[in-house]
Write a protein of this length. Sequence first.
Length: 280
Amino acid sequence: MNIKISEKAGFCFGVKRAMGLAWRELCDEHDKQTYALGPLIHNKQAVEKYEERGLITVDDIEEIPSDVKMIIRSHGVSKSIYDRTEEKGLDVVDTTCPFVKKIHDIVKENYDTGKKIILIGDKNHPEVIGINGWCKNTAITIKTIEEAEVLELNNDKSYCAVAQTTMNLEVYRKIVEILKTKADDIEFNNTICSSTKARQEAARELASEMDCMIVIGGKHSSNTQKLVGICKEVCPTFAIETRDDLDVEEIKKYENVGITAGASTPDWIIDDIIEFLKSL
Ligand code: SF4
């Protein structure tokens, strides 16, 4: 079996930074309990490692007692969550990715000048929920080309459009073209993260050279699932979280196997799978 790993696989800059900050916090000598609002990243195995070190993950800020530490994960949160941390006297460790923070700033600034925000992304994704919170949850959120086609905009209004950082670039471009026909005054901000773009392009290129692809990453990781979609367009693709998910008999049928991984997949999981494949 010839195994080739994508040049852009695994932790992106923002996740690496966030996970490093969180780990340092857990290793530091202090007497405060550390909470995370939502799983640190969409990778069960990595989250478990941090929880073994003492991190407590909760889904609601009201589950966090006063006077403890709270980690804001790389996805970022809405303004109301920052307000609540102050009211509760929480010691905040903010690991929001700077690229996401930039979107918060664009949204707030434009919302404050009276523009209507259009958010291109998945309305259920934590990053999008956080971004929407910087315009008081008033954004028009669309994810698909079909949704863009039926969207009605008002030519008397000014709009500001931003994108979820992990949005598929091709879909984003098509949506922009459609929206341009719906209203005259839309300021488009392509806020798709360059790391996402590079990862998607590298995955597509590798998939075109290989007989099949393995995409490693969490089932709930948006960017991992987009990589799966891209690779599937090009060649047979296996989406796995760990080596236990591998269909060994099926994989053995292929000679040239490409590997990529989502931005929230730790190196140790990727290495473990590569070692396993080599042993086949
Ligand atoms: S994918 Fe981009 S925006 Fe998202 S955490 Fe990584 S670097 Fe930041």
